[in-house]
Every structure is written in structure tokens, then in C-alpha cells.
Design a binder for this molecule. Structure first.
Ligand code: UD1
Ligand code: CA
Length: 460
């Protein structure tokens, strides 16, 4: 027999609880922690163990939960009535073969780490029932781990069923366990609900295993927050704080200085180079990549953006699905919308919005401008208050500004239109036809003065 051969792994995530205390129309397991539903976090962590299958036991809000997870390949088991964790497990068992290792997770315990789960599964490989426990300052509400004098786990007693002496035990049950599916199937069939809550407790299988001569291998979690569950919005906020701190620490270890690690929000994946600086209250969403020495000013929101080395982003910028080259200067108060692509050494200043447009090397749009569906060539200077009029109410049209052109302030570029290389557009022009290269083009009403004109006077 090959002792190293790992049996296939099946994961069962219990998620049928109602989550009344959230006071929400959204099922509890869909509540987001740092932008991602609790259940999605648990699934993502479970995937790191490459399981053969993941089954979700659902009940309340089933359709909503299934719809939200439709991109995942999952087994679904309905628990129509919540009769306890043991009953919930039983609903998933028909889909789990006897020879699989079974890992039990909770859909509302979002920060459990893959390394911990790997260790637990490893313990269960050679037969024992592996149980994740945790030392708690206040174990109220938790099932207590009962050990004998030799330290062997004998049983779990639920808080509501426990004696005062048992309640003094600080080692709590996390609910996470791993064992052979065949063993669990036998025990589940023998569960009874003659307890304080009238429920079928999954935790009762521990004493059954002990009676059966099956070893129980406990693993004590290294931190409490890793195994904490979410029952209400206070606990959700607390765990998001824990997660935020973990992300801040990872960013600092990777080479970023954070002005204040407590005022840093990451709701996705952040990749940083060396000597990056991030000021306070910056929110990172989706996939964000910051090159070496990038500096991000305070109060920015960056979502799905790549920013290359040595670029400076000043305060109050909002970027969404944009790409920024090296050595750029952006903001304060700049908005880059989807499809904004900035080359090297580009300047985008205050109150400038860029959407679906490219700005080539050294182009500048420093103040109060809208560039939409535009190609802006290298070295172009776009004056204050310039607008690409890209939308006729039905269609979007492109504006092309070739290299080295100079757009005077307050110009309206009515697309589709092209400004040739090196052209100059006079301030205040409404450009409706292409402007030739290297020449001055302007369209402007002639200035006049009415001699003898008097401003009207108010009569009392
Ligand atoms: C459970 C454990 C307890 C442990 C605690 C850790 C049991 C009997 N008790 O208690 O030992 O210390 O978790 O937080 O297992 N669920 C269902 N269907 C049900 C009941 C629960 O799917 O009928 C799911 C819930 O959605 C949740 C998980 O199981 O994800 C735990 O349920 P919960 O009611 O929070 O269990 P506790 O009574 O807190
Ligand atoms: Ca609970």
C-alpha cells in the first residue's frame, strides 16, 4: 500500500443558517467582507487545497446564493429546515463517496487560512478525525472541547448543554473538521436530537468516534480571528478590520510605506514594487499593480489599474480600469475611467476626466478637461476647459489629436474630428472640421464693442 497516496478531498460548506442578526435582505453568506461575499472567501480558500468537489449546504435565500455563485462549479444540497449542523451535513453526504476525505467548513467563517486547513487534512490522512479547536478568552456560545487527563479529546459539549464546570473550559470548537467520509456517514446515522436545542449536533460525532476507537486529532488554531464567525454587522466589521490589517502588513512587507496602516483599504489584489508610498485613506479594489517608487496621495480610489514606476498620483483621484505609464503626474482630483491609457511622462491635472482614450508620451491635460474616445499624440498640450464632444446622443465618435498639437483653452472638439500634427487650435474654438497640421485654426465669433451702450438701471 502506498501510504503517501492522498485520498481525494471533498469539501462541505455549511451555509444554511438564516443569519437573522444581520437584519438584511441579503443572505448572510453573501454579505461582503472587503468586497467579496463571505461564502466566496471560503470557497476561494477551499480551492487552494485542490479538492475533488465542493458542496454547499444551503437553505435560506437559496436562489440568491446559487445565483451569486453561478460562476463556481459546486454541488448544492438543500437543507429545507434548519435542524442542526449534523442534519445539515447529512444533506450533503449522498454526493460524497466513502473513500473521500471530508473537510467541513462554515460559510460564515471567512478568514480561515488554507495552510491551517492543509495541516488539518494532513492529520486526517491516516485515519483519525481531525478537529480544529481554538483557545478563547471568552468561550461563551461555543462548543467546549472536553479532554481527559492525558489530554486526549473525548467529546464536545455545546454551551447550552454544558455544566458550569464544562463552561469553564476555554478551548472551543471552531466547527472545522476533517475525516473519512465513510466514518462520518456511520456516525451521522446514529445522531439524536435529545439536547438543549433539539438539534442534530455534528459535534456529537466526536464522542461517537472515541467510543468507536477512532483517534481524534486536535489542532489548535494559531489565532482566534482566523476561526471567528460572522453573526452580525459588528462582527463583520471587526473581521474586515482584521483582514485590512493583514493586507496592510503584506503591502508593507512587499515594499510599500503606508502613511497609516489603519487607514488603508484593500478589497482585491494589490501588487507593489519597491519604495512605493501610499498616503492615508486610499481604497484599492480589484487588481491593482503599482510599480517601483509610485506615490499615491491621500483619498484616492484605485480599481483595476496598473501604474508604472515613478508615477505620482496626487490626492482625491478616482481610477477605474486604467493603465498609467511611468513618470506620470496625475491629479489632484483627476478621474481615469475604463480604457484610459497613459504613456510615459503624461500629466493629467485637476478636474480632468479621461475615458477610453490614449495619451502618448509627454502629453499634458492639466486642468478642467474631458477627453473621451480620443487619441492624443506625444507631446500634445490640451488647454484648460477643453472638451471632446464625443457623443451625439446616440453614437460615440473619436477625436484624434496628432503629436505636438496645441489645443487652446476652452475648445470644443466636435467628433469625429482630427487635429493634425503640430497644429494649433485657437482658444475658444468649436472645431467641427479637421484642422490641418502645423497651422493655426480657430473658429470664434468676431469680438465687437457697441459704442454708447448703457447698462439698464433699476427703477425704485
Ligand atoms: C457551532 C458548533 C459549536 C461551535 C460553533 C463555532 C454544533 C452543534 N455547534 O455552533 O460547537 O463552537 O459552531 O462557531 O455544530 N448550519 C446549517 N444548518 C443548520 C445549522 C447550522 O447549515 O441547521 C450552518 C450555519 O449556516 C453555520 C454553521 O452551520 O455556517 C454553524 O451554525 P451555527 O448556528 O452558527 O452553530 P452554533 O450553534 O454557533
Ligand atoms: Ca455560530
Amino acid at each position: 500500500m502506498n501510504v503517501n497516496a492522498n485520498p481525494p478531498l471533498s469539501v462541505v460548506i455549511l451555509a444554511a443558517g438564516q443569519g437573522k442578526r444581520m437584519r438584511s435582505d441579503l443572505p448572510k453568506v453573501l454579505q461582503p467582507l472587503a468586497g467579496k461575499p463571505l461564502l466566496q472567501r471560503v470557497i476561494d480558500t477551499a480551492r487552494e487545497l485542490s479538492p475533488a468537489a465542493i458542496h454547499v449546504v444551503y437553505g435560506h435565500g437559496g436562489e440568491q446564493v446559487q445565483a451569486a455563485m453561478r460562476h463556481e462549479s459546486l454541488g448544492w444540497a438543500l437543507q429545507a429546515e434548519q435542524k442542526g449542523t449534523g442534519h445539515a451535513m447529512a444533506q450533503a453526504m449522498p454526493a460524497v463517496p466513502d473513500d473521500h476525505l471530508l473537510l467541513v467548513l462554515y460559510g460564515d467563517v471567512p478568514l480561515v487560512r488554507a495552510d491551517t486547513l492543509r495541516e488539518l487534512v494532513q492529520l486526517a490522512h491516516n485515519g483519525p478525525l481531525a478537529l480544529l479547536t481554538v483557545m478563547l478568552d471568552d468561550p461563551t456560545g461555543y462548543g467546549r472541547i472536553l479532554r481527559d487527563v492525558a489530554g486526549n479529546v473525548r467529546a464536545i459539549v455545546e454551551h447550552k448543554d454544558a455544566t458550569d464546570e464544562q463552561r469553564a473550559v476555554r478551548e472551543g470548537n471552531t466547527g472545522v473538521m476533517a475525516m473519512r467520509a465513510g466514518d462520518l456517514r456511520r456516525y451521522l446515522g446514529a445522531l439524536r436530537n435529545d439536547n438543549a436545542q433539539g438539534e442534530y449536533y455534528l459535534t456529537d460525532v466526536i464522542a461517537m468516534a472515541v467510543a468507536d476507537g477512532l483517534a481524534v486529532a486536535p489542532l489548535v488554531a494559531s489565532s482566534e480571528s482566523e476561526v471567528l464567525g460572522v453573526n452580525d454587522r459588528l462582527q463583520l466589521a471587526f473581521l474586515e478590520g482584521v483582514y485590512r490589517r493583514q493586507c496592510a502588513e503584506a503591502a508593507m512587507r512587499a515594499g510599500a510605506t503606508l502613511a497609516d496602516p489603519a487607514r488603508f483599504d484593500q478589497r482585491g489584489v494589490l501588487t507593489v514594487g519597491r519604495d512605493v508610498f501610499i498616503d492615508v485613506n486610499v481604497v484599492f479594489e480589484g487588481n491593482v499593480v503599482l510599480g517601483d517608487r509610485v506615490r499615491i496621495g491621500p483619498h484616492c480610489v484605485l480599481r483595476d489599474v496598473t501604474i508604472e514606476a515613478d508615477t505620482q498620483v496626487f490626492s482625491h483621484c478616482n481610477f477605474d480600469k486604467a493603465t498609467v505609464g511611468p513618470r506620470c503626474q496625475i491629479g489632484p482630483f483627476a478621474r481615469l475611467r475604463p480604457g484610459a491609457t497613459l504613456g510615459p511622462d503624461v500629466h493629467v491635472g485637476n478636474y480632468v476626466e479621461v475615458k477610453n482614450s490614449t495619451l502618448d508620451a509627454g502629453a499634458k491635460a492639466n486642468h478642467l478637461t474631458y477627453l473621451g474616445d480620443a487619441s492624443v499624440g506625444a507631446g500634445v498640450n490640451v488647454g484648460a476647459g477643453t472638451i471632446t464632444c464625443n457623443y451625439d446622443g446616440v453614437n460615440k465618435h473619436r477625436t484624434v489629436i496628432e503629436a505636438g498639437a496645441f489645443i487652446g483653452s476652452g475648445s470644443m472638439l466636435v467628433a469625429p474630428v482630427t487635429v493634425g500634427a503640430g497644429a494649433t487650435i485657437g482658444a475658444g474654438t468649436t472645431l467641427t472640421k479637421d484642422a490641418p497640421a502645423d497651422q493655426l485654426t480657430l473658429a470664434r465669433a468676431k469680438q465687437m464693442t457697441l459704442p454708447g451702450w448703457k447698462r439698464p438701471v433699476k427703477t425704485k
